[in-house]
Design a protein around this ligand. Structure first.
Ligand code: NAP
Length: 249
Protein backbone atom coordinates (compact mmCIF):
# COMPACT_ATOMS: atom_id res chain seq x y z
CA UNK A 1 0.00 0.00 0.00
CA UNK A 2 1.25 3.39 -1.07
CA UNK A 3 0.88 5.30 2.20
CA UNK A 4 1.69 2.71 4.83
CA UNK A 5 3.72 4.38 7.61
CA UNK A 6 2.59 7.86 6.54
CA UNK A 7 0.39 10.24 8.52
CA UNK A 8 -1.87 12.69 6.71
CA UNK A 9 -3.79 15.70 8.02
CA UNK A 10 -6.80 16.75 5.93
CA UNK A 11 -8.59 19.98 6.78
CA UNK A 12 -12.35 20.13 6.26
CA UNK A 13 -12.73 16.36 6.06
CA UNK A 14 -16.23 16.08 7.54
CA UNK A 15 -17.84 16.01 4.09
CA UNK A 16 -17.32 16.52 0.36
CA UNK A 17 -13.85 16.34 -1.17
CA UNK A 18 -12.08 16.15 2.22
CA UNK A 19 -14.15 13.15 3.26
CA UNK A 20 -13.43 11.23 0.04
CA UNK A 21 -9.73 12.09 0.36
CA UNK A 22 -9.56 10.85 3.95
CA UNK A 23 -11.13 7.54 2.96
CA UNK A 24 -8.86 7.12 -0.06
CA UNK A 25 -5.69 7.72 1.96
CA UNK A 26 -6.89 5.25 4.60
CA UNK A 27 -7.62 2.60 1.97
CA UNK A 28 -4.00 3.00 0.83
CA UNK A 29 -2.58 2.49 4.31
CA UNK A 30 -2.19 5.98 5.82
CA UNK A 31 -3.00 7.05 9.36
CA UNK A 32 -5.49 9.90 8.95
CA UNK A 33 -6.14 13.04 11.00
CA UNK A 34 -9.56 14.48 10.18
CA UNK A 35 -10.10 18.16 10.81
CA UNK A 36 -13.60 19.65 10.90
CA UNK A 37 -15.17 22.87 12.08
CA UNK A 38 -18.85 22.40 12.99
CA UNK A 39 -19.99 19.09 11.49
CA UNK A 40 -18.97 16.69 14.27
CA UNK A 41 -21.43 13.99 13.18
CA UNK A 42 -20.06 13.99 9.62
CA UNK A 43 -16.48 13.81 10.87
CA UNK A 44 -17.34 10.95 13.24
CA UNK A 45 -18.89 9.01 10.38
CA UNK A 46 -15.68 9.37 8.32
CA UNK A 47 -13.57 8.37 11.34
CA UNK A 48 -15.75 5.31 11.84
CA UNK A 49 -15.23 4.19 8.24
CA UNK A 50 -11.47 4.66 8.59
CA UNK A 51 -11.29 2.74 11.87
CA UNK A 52 -13.14 -0.14 10.20
CA UNK A 53 -10.31 -0.28 7.66
CA UNK A 54 -7.96 -0.85 10.59
CA UNK A 55 -6.14 2.47 10.25
CA UNK A 56 -5.22 4.95 12.97
CA UNK A 57 -7.57 7.90 12.89
CA UNK A 58 -7.80 11.16 14.76
CA UNK A 59 -10.67 13.66 14.97
CA UNK A 60 -9.58 17.28 15.30
CA UNK A 61 -12.08 20.11 15.67
CA UNK A 62 -10.46 23.44 14.76
CA UNK A 63 -11.18 26.64 12.92
CA UNK A 64 -8.25 26.64 10.52
CA UNK A 65 -8.39 30.43 10.13
CA UNK A 66 -7.16 30.70 13.75
CA UNK A 67 -3.43 30.13 14.23
CA UNK A 68 -3.74 29.08 17.90
CA UNK A 69 -6.28 26.38 16.99
CA UNK A 70 -4.09 25.17 14.12
CA UNK A 71 -1.10 24.99 16.44
CA UNK A 72 -3.06 22.83 18.88
CA UNK A 73 -4.34 20.66 16.02
CA UNK A 74 -0.87 19.95 14.63
CA UNK A 75 0.47 19.31 18.15
CA UNK A 76 -2.25 16.66 18.57
CA UNK A 77 -1.28 14.97 15.29
CA UNK A 78 2.33 14.71 16.41
CA UNK A 79 1.40 13.58 19.92
CA UNK A 80 -1.10 10.92 18.81
CA UNK A 81 0.18 9.79 15.39
CA UNK A 82 3.87 10.51 15.99
CA UNK A 83 4.48 12.21 12.65
CA UNK A 84 2.99 14.41 9.94
CA UNK A 85 4.04 13.61 6.37
CA UNK A 86 1.20 14.89 4.23
CA UNK A 87 -0.94 18.02 4.63
CA UNK A 88 -4.05 18.56 2.54
CA UNK A 89 -5.38 22.12 2.86
CA UNK A 90 -8.93 21.43 1.75
CA UNK A 91 -11.17 23.41 4.14
CA UNK A 92 -13.05 26.19 2.44
CA UNK A 93 -16.24 28.18 2.16
CA UNK A 94 -17.85 29.96 -0.75
CA UNK A 95 -20.33 32.80 -1.03
CA UNK A 96 -21.76 33.61 -4.45
CA UNK A 97 -22.11 37.39 -4.29
CA UNK A 98 -21.80 40.49 -6.38
CA UNK A 99 -18.82 42.73 -5.55
CA UNK A 100 -21.18 45.61 -4.77
CA UNK A 101 -22.87 43.56 -2.03
CA UNK A 102 -19.65 42.21 -0.51
CA UNK A 103 -18.74 43.82 2.80
CA UNK A 104 -15.29 44.27 4.28
CA UNK A 105 -16.18 41.71 6.98
CA UNK A 106 -17.18 39.16 4.34
CA UNK A 107 -13.91 39.79 2.47
CA UNK A 108 -11.85 39.30 5.65
CA UNK A 109 -13.70 36.12 6.62
CA UNK A 110 -13.39 34.59 3.15
CA UNK A 111 -9.67 35.34 2.94
CA UNK A 112 -9.11 34.07 6.48
CA UNK A 113 -10.85 30.72 5.99
CA UNK A 114 -9.72 30.02 2.43
CA UNK A 115 -6.23 31.55 2.28
CA UNK A 116 -4.82 32.46 5.70
CA UNK A 117 -5.73 28.92 6.80
CA UNK A 118 -3.28 27.59 4.22
CA UNK A 119 -0.53 29.81 5.65
CA UNK A 120 -1.45 28.74 9.20
CA UNK A 121 -1.41 25.01 8.50
CA UNK A 122 1.79 25.13 6.41
CA UNK A 123 3.48 27.21 9.10
CA UNK A 124 2.81 24.62 11.81
CA UNK A 125 3.18 21.46 9.70
CA UNK A 126 6.36 22.32 7.81
CA UNK A 127 8.87 21.95 10.68
CA UNK A 128 7.78 18.32 11.14
CA UNK A 129 8.31 17.58 7.45
CA UNK A 130 11.67 19.35 7.45
CA UNK A 131 12.79 17.16 10.33
CA UNK A 132 12.02 14.05 8.25
CA UNK A 133 13.43 15.49 5.01
CA UNK A 134 10.20 14.45 3.29
CA UNK A 135 6.80 16.05 2.95
CA UNK A 136 3.83 16.66 0.69
CA UNK A 137 1.54 19.67 0.79
CA UNK A 138 -1.54 19.78 -1.43
CA UNK A 139 -3.67 22.92 -1.47
CA UNK A 140 -7.19 23.16 -2.87
CA UNK A 141 -7.76 26.07 -5.23
CA UNK A 142 -10.56 26.28 -7.80
CA UNK A 143 -11.16 26.83 -11.49
CA UNK A 144 -12.45 30.28 -10.51
CA UNK A 145 -9.01 31.15 -9.12
CA UNK A 146 -7.86 30.82 -12.75
CA UNK A 147 -10.80 32.31 -14.61
CA UNK A 148 -12.98 34.34 -12.25
CA UNK A 149 -16.59 33.32 -12.88
CA UNK A 150 -20.04 34.75 -13.14
CA UNK A 151 -21.65 34.34 -9.74
CA UNK A 152 -18.48 33.48 -7.80
CA UNK A 153 -17.60 36.18 -5.27
CA UNK A 154 -14.51 38.32 -5.87
CA UNK A 155 -13.33 37.35 -2.37
CA UNK A 156 -13.56 33.62 -3.15
CA UNK A 157 -11.81 34.04 -6.53
CA UNK A 158 -9.07 36.15 -4.93
CA UNK A 159 -8.45 33.61 -2.17
CA UNK A 160 -8.30 30.73 -4.63
CA UNK A 161 -5.93 32.62 -6.96
CA UNK A 162 -3.82 33.51 -3.91
CA UNK A 163 -3.41 29.83 -3.09
CA UNK A 164 -1.75 29.25 -6.46
CA UNK A 165 0.81 32.05 -5.95
CA UNK A 166 1.44 31.02 -2.36
CA UNK A 167 2.03 27.41 -3.37
CA UNK A 168 4.53 28.26 -6.12
CA UNK A 169 6.52 30.48 -3.76
CA UNK A 170 6.56 27.90 -0.99
CA UNK A 171 7.41 25.10 -3.44
CA UNK A 172 10.55 27.00 -4.41
CA UNK A 173 11.58 27.53 -0.81
CA UNK A 174 11.19 23.95 0.45
CA UNK A 175 12.10 21.85 -2.60
CA UNK A 176 15.63 21.17 -1.34
CA UNK A 177 14.18 19.78 1.92
CA UNK A 178 12.38 16.97 0.07
CA UNK A 179 9.01 18.70 0.37
CA UNK A 180 6.69 19.29 -2.56
CA UNK A 181 3.85 21.81 -2.67
CA UNK A 182 1.14 21.45 -5.29
CA UNK A 183 -2.36 22.68 -6.00
CA UNK A 184 -5.51 20.93 -7.17
CA UNK A 185 -7.98 23.26 -8.90
CA UNK A 186 -11.36 21.56 -9.29
CA UNK A 187 -14.16 22.66 -11.56
CA UNK A 188 -17.73 21.83 -10.54
CA UNK A 189 -17.69 18.88 -8.14
CA UNK A 190 -20.75 17.21 -6.70
CA UNK A 191 -20.73 18.49 -3.09
CA UNK A 192 -22.80 20.75 -0.87
CA UNK A 193 -20.64 23.66 -2.05
CA UNK A 194 -22.37 23.78 -5.44
CA UNK A 195 -25.88 23.21 -4.07
CA UNK A 196 -26.78 26.93 -3.98
CA UNK A 197 -27.58 26.77 -7.70
CA UNK A 198 -31.20 26.31 -8.77
CA UNK A 199 -31.75 23.27 -11.01
CA UNK A 200 -32.09 25.64 -13.98
CA UNK A 201 -28.77 27.34 -13.23
CA UNK A 202 -27.13 23.97 -12.61
CA UNK A 203 -28.33 22.77 -16.02
CA UNK A 204 -26.97 25.93 -17.65
CA UNK A 205 -23.58 25.58 -15.95
CA UNK A 206 -23.25 21.85 -16.69
CA UNK A 207 -24.03 22.53 -20.35
CA UNK A 208 -20.77 24.54 -20.46
CA UNK A 209 -18.66 21.57 -19.29
CA UNK A 210 -17.21 19.70 -22.31
CA UNK A 211 -17.46 16.35 -20.45
CA UNK A 212 -21.17 17.10 -19.93
CA UNK A 213 -21.26 16.38 -16.19
CA UNK A 214 -19.98 17.56 -12.84
CA UNK A 215 -16.99 15.79 -11.29
CA UNK A 216 -17.07 13.36 -8.38
CA UNK A 217 -15.32 13.73 -5.02
CA UNK A 218 -13.37 10.55 -5.75
CA UNK A 219 -11.93 12.05 -8.94
CA UNK A 220 -10.44 14.89 -6.87
CA UNK A 221 -9.30 12.59 -4.06
CA UNK A 222 -7.40 10.40 -6.55
CA UNK A 223 -5.47 13.43 -7.85
CA UNK A 224 -4.61 14.51 -4.31
CA UNK A 225 -3.34 11.00 -3.50
CA UNK A 226 -1.20 11.03 -6.65
CA UNK A 227 0.41 14.36 -5.69
CA UNK A 228 1.07 12.96 -2.20
CA UNK A 229 2.70 9.80 -3.50
CA UNK A 230 6.38 8.86 -3.63
CA UNK A 231 6.07 8.74 -7.43
CA UNK A 232 5.15 12.45 -7.60
CA UNK A 233 8.39 13.53 -5.93
CA UNK A 234 9.51 15.49 -9.01
CA UNK A 235 6.20 17.37 -9.32
CA UNK A 236 6.18 20.64 -7.41
CA UNK A 237 4.70 24.12 -7.76
CA UNK A 238 2.13 22.63 -10.12
CA UNK A 239 -1.58 23.38 -10.36
CA UNK A 240 -3.57 20.40 -11.55
CA UNK A 241 -6.82 21.48 -13.24
CA UNK A 242 -9.63 18.94 -12.92
CA UNK A 243 -12.73 20.36 -14.53
CA UNK A 244 -14.06 18.17 -17.35
CA UNK A 245 -12.44 20.43 -19.95
CA UNK A 246 -14.08 23.66 -18.79
CA UNK A 247 -10.71 25.38 -18.52
CA UNK A 248 -7.63 24.21 -20.41
CA UNK A 249 -4.37 25.90 -19.55
P1 NAP B 1 -17.87 21.32 1.36
O1 NAP B 1 -18.56 20.06 1.03
O2 NAP B 1 -18.66 22.56 1.55
O3 NAP B 1 -16.95 21.06 2.67
C1 NAP B 1 -16.21 22.09 3.21
C2 NAP B 1 -15.40 21.57 4.38
O4 NAP B 1 -14.63 22.68 4.91
C3 NAP B 1 -16.27 21.05 5.51
O5 NAP B 1 -15.67 19.87 6.02
C4 NAP B 1 -16.19 22.15 6.56
O6 NAP B 1 -16.24 21.68 7.90
C5 NAP B 1 -14.80 22.70 6.31
N1 NAP B 1 -14.62 24.05 6.85
C6 NAP B 1 -15.28 25.18 6.53
N2 NAP B 1 -14.83 26.21 7.27
C7 NAP B 1 -13.86 25.71 8.07
C8 NAP B 1 -13.02 26.27 9.07
N3 NAP B 1 -13.07 27.57 9.38
N4 NAP B 1 -12.14 25.46 9.71
C9 NAP B 1 -12.07 24.14 9.39
N5 NAP B 1 -12.85 23.56 8.47
C10 NAP B 1 -13.73 24.34 7.81
O7 NAP B 1 -16.78 21.70 0.27
P2 NAP B 1 -16.10 20.86 -0.93
O8 NAP B 1 -16.93 21.08 -2.12
O9 NAP B 1 -15.78 19.49 -0.49
O10 NAP B 1 -14.78 21.73 -1.14
C11 NAP B 1 -13.52 21.37 -0.61
C12 NAP B 1 -12.48 22.32 -1.18
O11 NAP B 1 -12.51 22.27 -2.62
C13 NAP B 1 -12.75 23.78 -0.81
O12 NAP B 1 -11.52 24.43 -0.57
C14 NAP B 1 -13.40 24.35 -2.06
O13 NAP B 1 -13.22 25.74 -2.18
C15 NAP B 1 -12.69 23.57 -3.14
N6 NAP B 1 -13.48 23.51 -4.39
C16 NAP B 1 -14.69 22.88 -4.45
C17 NAP B 1 -15.40 22.86 -5.65
C18 NAP B 1 -16.73 22.19 -5.82
O14 NAP B 1 -17.33 22.32 -6.91
N7 NAP B 1 -17.24 21.48 -4.82
C19 NAP B 1 -14.85 23.50 -6.78
C20 NAP B 1 -13.62 24.12 -6.68
C21 NAP B 1 -12.94 24.12 -5.48
P3 NAP B 1 -17.63 21.60 8.77
O15 NAP B 1 -18.62 20.94 7.86
O16 NAP B 1 -17.25 20.80 9.94
O17 NAP B 1 -18.02 23.01 9.10
Amino acid sequence: MKFEGRAVLITGASRGIGKATARMFARQGAAVAINYHSNKAGAEEVADQICKLGRDCLLLPADVSQMNQVEHMVDQVIKKLGRLDILVNNAGITEPKDFRDTSEQEWDRMLAINLKSVFNCCKKALPHMEKEGWGRIINLSSIVGRTGAIGAGVHYCAAKAGIIGFSKALANQVAKDGITVNVVAPGMIDTRMISWRSSELMHEHVSKIPCGRVGSIEEIAAAICYLASEEAGFVTGHTLDINGGMYMN
